[in-house]
Structure formats: structure tokens, C-alpha cells
Design a protein around this ligand. Structure first.
Ligand code: 1HN
Length: 345
């Protein structure tokens, strides 16, 4: 590949004349925006062990009343992007949110899409467009773009969940904003039970919800049961994995970020090919390791890590007796829409 001319090679007066007219020569920067063979990646492999952050989150509960926080969250920030950017990867925002008994996080809606993966505690719920969604460990609750949402807590122990949002990419698009609202009236509950069996949908077809997001809550008990049944019935299958999809059309459950759950059988090792997407791994149950680019993270329950794209990943169950369950988030839906998604075998 040719050496390209440098900025310093150009006469000072010429550079000054360009700057004055808001012009920039491409050639000194061309390799920076189009590096050969592989993108320049800022996302660093980063792990956020839960036992390290939990005391700090509980302290936030003492230091900052919910009224002063609106959402009481510690952001899982990737140092490769600069902590103040609040990015786990180029497109993914992660945060751990705490709600104490009796607290209420007021209703609002915004353009970025969110999901919540419940980490600990019982008794909290989130209301999304009038649907009350109870929160239990491992449940996934969607808060798609533009839908009103608020969080409440009738229990008696701290409740913590992992927020995953496409905020960095929506913000980059200069399309991120919020609208504040009044408390919602609960109009419905338990919609997920109508979709609990694949192959059986509320009918007739033309009377389907016609909602872009018919199912907002994916209970962990059902997801876990599906994974165990796949593992028991199909010992030959390489990855025991399920995708969170829209039950009415089978598409990714959200448009920008994609979500799945993976079971590693006792003692299992799984090699994933390099993909163009960064990936987030959150340990729901058991103990696993996540290795990539010469780094290995040991994940225990509730730990979360992020691995940049374009690197093969090795996942392993660290127990030879118990299965390990991992929640995965990536931006494959976005990259597929953009036509830049790649798997490198
Ligand atoms: C948000 O609306 C929530 O509703 C949590 O719980 C985290 C981070 C950035 C922007 C909006 C929530 C958020 C957020």
C-alpha cells in the first residue's frame, strides 16, 4: 500500500487557507478512516464484576435520593471510548440501576431503545405503555423507542437491573431526546403469557396486536426451560442458544440491538468465530470464562463484560457439574441493516 502524503508536507499557508474555508485534505487522514483489513477499534475488552460495583451502587442509594436522580444508575463505561462518553461499545450503553423499596422512578419516554435484564431482588416492576411488567432475576423487559415507562417497587429488598440501550448510536445520529410524563395507569398485565408457546399465537391472524412490539417481558423461567430442553434433546448441537424475537414475526425483538441467551453445558467450551459486532456478556447463573484477543475474564453470577468485534471469542463453563447461563447483547440487527455485518471463519 502506498505511503500517502502527510499534512506536514503541505505548505503552512495552504493549510491555513483550507482551514479558513472549512476544507480538509483527505489523503493525510485516509488510512485513519479506512485502515487496511480491519477497522480501528476503540472498544476495549472490559469486565465489570458485580461484587465490585454492588457496594458502590448501594452507596449511591444512600447518597442520592431517587428524586434527585430520576434513574439511579452506575454506568458501565468502556475506558477505550473515554469514561465520560458512557459507552460500553460504539453502539451499546450499559448501566446498573438500583431501586429501593417504596421508590418510584417517574414516567418518561425517549427515542433510544432500552431493555432491562433483572439482576437481583423481588417486588419491583416496570410499567411500559400501561403494561405492568413484574421484575425477577433473569427476566428481560423491553422498553422500545417512544414507549412510556416508569419503575416502582412494592417489595422489601433492593432491586437491581442491567439497562442495555442503543443510546450511543441514537445520540450519534443526533436523534436522542426525552419527553417527561405523568404517572401511567396500569391497563394490562401478563401479556407474555399469551405468547408463552411458540407455534401458538393469539388468533385470528388479522386480529393480531399489530403492535411492532407485541411482547415486552420475556420471563427467565420460560427462557431457561427452553434452553434446558434444547440441551437435553439435542446433545449434538454446538451452541445451546435462543434469540429474543418478536413472537409474531420471528424478527429480532428490537431494531438496533440484538439479544440472546446461551447455556453452556457442564464443562463445555465454545469457540465463536470473529464477528464484526462487539458483544456484551452478562452471567445470569453459574460461572463461565470469556476469552478474546489474549484476555480472559472469569464471570460469576451477575458479572458483565464487553468484547470488541473482529476477534474470535472462546466461552467456557468453569464448572464441570452445573450449567452456566449467559445473556448476550450485540448490534447485529443494526449492522445487518447497514450491510456491514461479517462473520470471519
Ligand atoms: C433510562 O430511561 C433508564 O428508564 C435507564 O430506567 C437508563 C440511560 C440513558 C438514557 C435513558 C430508565 C437510561 C435511560
Amino acid at each position: 500500500m502506498n505511503e500517502l502524503g502527510r499534512l506536514e508536507d503541505l505548505p503552512e499557508d495552504y493549510r491555513a487557507a483550507l482551514t479558513k474555508k472549512n476544507l480538509v485534505p483527505l489523503w493525510p487522514s485516509l488510512r485513519a478512516v479506512l485502515p487496511p483489513g480491519k477497522p480501528a477499534i476503540r472498544t476495549q475488552p472490559t469486565c465489570w464484576p458485580y461484587q465490585g460495583l454492588r457496594p458502590l451502587l448501594m452507596r449511591a442509594g444512600e447518597l442520592t435520593p431517587i428524586e434527585k436522580a430520576e434513574r439511579r444508575v452506575l454506568v458501565l463505561a468502556n475506558p477505550g471510548h473515554g469514561l465520560e462518553k458512557m459507552q460500553a461499545s460504539s453502539t451499546i450503553y450499559l448501566g446498573m440501576q438500583l431501586l429501593q423499596p417504596g421508590e418510584w422512578a417517574p414516567s418518561h419516554r425517549h427515542t433510544p431503545n432500552a431493555v432491562r435484564m433483572i439482576v437481583e431482588g423481588e417486588g419491583a416492576y416496570t410499567t411500559v405503555e400501561g403494561e405492568k411488567c413484574p421484575m425477577s432475576r433473569g427476566d428481560l423487559i423491553l422498553t422500545p423507542t417512544g414507549m412510556w415507562h416508569e419503575h416502582g417497587h412494592d417489595g422489601n429488598e433492593p432491586v437491581v437491573w442491567l439497562d442495555v440501550l442503543d443510546l450511543p448510536i441514537v445520540y450519534y445520529c443526533e436523534a436522542s431526546y426525552v419527553t417527561e410524563g405523568k404517572a401511567q395507569t396500569v391497563t394490562t398485565e401478563g401479556v407474555d403469557r399469551d405468547y408463552r408457546r411458540g407455534g401458538v399465537l393469539p388468533s385470528p391472524m388479522f386480529a393480531r396486536s399489530r403492535s411492532t412490539f407485541p411482547m415486552l417481558r420475556y420471563p427467565w423461567a420460560d427462557v431457561r426451560g427452553t434452553l434446558e430442553s434444547i440441551a437435553a434433546r439435542r446433545p449434538e448441537i454446538e451452541a445451546v442458544q435462543v434469540a429474543y424475537v418478536n413472537p409474531e414475526n420471528g424478527h429480532d425483538c428490537q431494531r438496533i440491538l440484538g439479544y440472546s441467551a446461551l447455556m453452556l453445558r457442564p464443562g463445555e467450551r465454545l469457540n465463536l468465530p470473529a464477528r464484526s459486532t462487539a458483544m456484551v456478556f452478562h452471567q445470569i447463573e453459574g460461572a463461565a470464562s470469556v476469552g478474546a484477543a489474549g484476555i480472559e475474564f472469569a464471570l460469576d453470577a451477575a458479572d458483565t463484560c464487553c468484547i470488541p468485534g473482529y476477534a474470535p471469542i472462546t466461552l467456557a463453563n468453569r464448572s464441570s457439574e452445573r450449567p452456566a447461563f449467559i445473556f448476550i447483547a450485540d448490534d447485529a440487527p443494526l449492522q445487518k441493516k447497514l450491510g456491514v455485518y461479517e462473520i470471519r471463519n
